[in-house]
Design a protein around this ligand. Sequence first.
Ligand SMILES: Cc1cc2nc3c(=O)[nH]c(=O)nc-3n(C[C@H](O)[C@H](O)[C@H](O)COP(=O)(O)OP(=O)(O)OC[C@H]3O[C@@H](n4cnc5c(N)ncnc54)[C@H](O)[C@@H]3O)c2cc1C
Length: 491
Amino acid sequence: MPSQSVLVIGGGLAGLSSAVALAEAGLQVRLFEKRPHLGGRATSYTLPDGSEVDNCQHVTLGCCTNLADFYSRVGAAGKIRFYDRLYFVDAQGRRSTMEASPLPAPMHLAPSFLLFSSLNLADKRGIANAMMAIATAGGHPPGIDGISMLDWLQQMKQTPAAVERFWRVVLVSALDEELSRTDAHYGIEVFWKGFLANKGGYRVGIPSVPLAELYEGCRQAVLRRGGEVRLRAGIREIRVRRNRFEGIVMDDGTEISADACIAAVPHDTLLNLLPPEMAQENGPFSGLANIKTSPITGVHLWYDRTVMTEPFLTLLDHTTQWIFNKSLLYGAAETNAAAARQTLQSDQSFDAEADGQYLQLVISASYDLVLKSRQEIIDLCCRELAEVLPAAREARLRKATVIKEIKATFSPALGVDRWRPAQNTSVNNLFLAGDWTRTTWPSTMEGAVRSGYLAAEALLAASGEPRTFLQPDLPLEGFSKFWANRNGAES
Ligand SMILES: Cc1cc2nc3c(=O)[nH]c(=O)nc-3n(C[C@H](O)[C@H](O)[C@H](O)COP(=O)(O)OP(=O)(O)OC[C@H]3O[C@@H](n4cnc5c(N)ncnc54)[C@H](O)[C@@H]3O)c2cc1C
């Protein structure tokens, strides 16, 4: 086993997954995170009034195989509950659900889809044709290079209602970008992996505990093997000399050297840590400046009574896109995991809210909200909730919080893959991880974990001890498998 020392900069999912993988491989890992908690963007923290809130609701899908593997490695899998039924409501108050039937993939969702009350027959016919174009091409329909998702939907003759009430609803949430700005490859991949390739791909996984509680096992995994996890430990410089990583300089001036480094910070932060000649124009990392970001707004509302019965609800025709019933989702921990039960009992802020209801709303690609005041956003959301949840009309709002993440995710813009670097760099003992590196996945927890595993694999391969961490996708099923094989796609 190799015994080299590795520094990991950044304690988000990319840094954590690479650190855990390398520790398992026997390396001495030291992880540095500038914030007081682990998890990066996918974390939770305590507000001044004592309520613990997720930075924003984070959900996973059945097709996120590497995130599932990571949760298992760190003992957090039991804190994720999967839901087979999706709930929708439109401006007319019509409710629909989506769940798998016994039909084989890719037809498993067809019966729910046929009953979907917010779409008419022409909308559904168009959507079914486009879905079949993806499925029969094994996930790779022709003619999608260099076009936006909206261009492709127009080519596929989708009705305006189908675009607004189906494609946009799914894709803006999954990719955090408007259809006109989304590369068609990214949009089509969401439907292939999530809805068509395997019957379990669409299942929604939601933590039944605050996000930060998922990561305690990471620290243990690193410490158990003689490593170190340091919080409030910001790095201000990565030192490179003669094309070799030499060490880091911490914010307090401390210099630390190691055999290798994985930089797992956001792409724009990395540019500030690297030697200027590497980050500036024509330098090997200058392309990172072309990766754009898009915003997500999370709105937390505490009502004085129960206003919603579903665990979560997708809104059509509204600014609010998802409502998560946090009281119920955390309550689900009661039957889910003893660890979660312990957390709920010891958390005073949740006890105090026991007679009311805590909801978390998510608005992706929330460009229109960036300049709005917090109060304007709360008022808008409360109006929308009153439209779709009649009980909210009489309810009193006890408190509310808005969290605007301006740079929430990288934008899956046309051609973005050109700027996403591999985990290997031109500096032979410096590796990159982060959802923005080349993983083929959009900016997601799954993408971040993939990048961490790939960075760990690259580092071990470079030191002559190759190991595999990356997990395969869900197996292709049913007709999707047949069509993919016919088209020569990988299973
Ligand atoms: C509002 C919101 C909602 C989202 N919803 C979902 C969702 O539902 N499902 C999903 O799959 N994904 C979702 N995402 C995306 C997901 O959170 C990210 O893709 C993923 O967490 C990125 O992980 P990462 O490790 O690449 O980056 P980060 O999580 O950004 O981690 C980078 C880490 O580096 C640290 N750092 C930065 N600079 C330094 C420094 N100088 N020294 C030391 N440490 C440093 C940061 O503090 C941070 O902890 C959402 C993101 C946001 C913002």
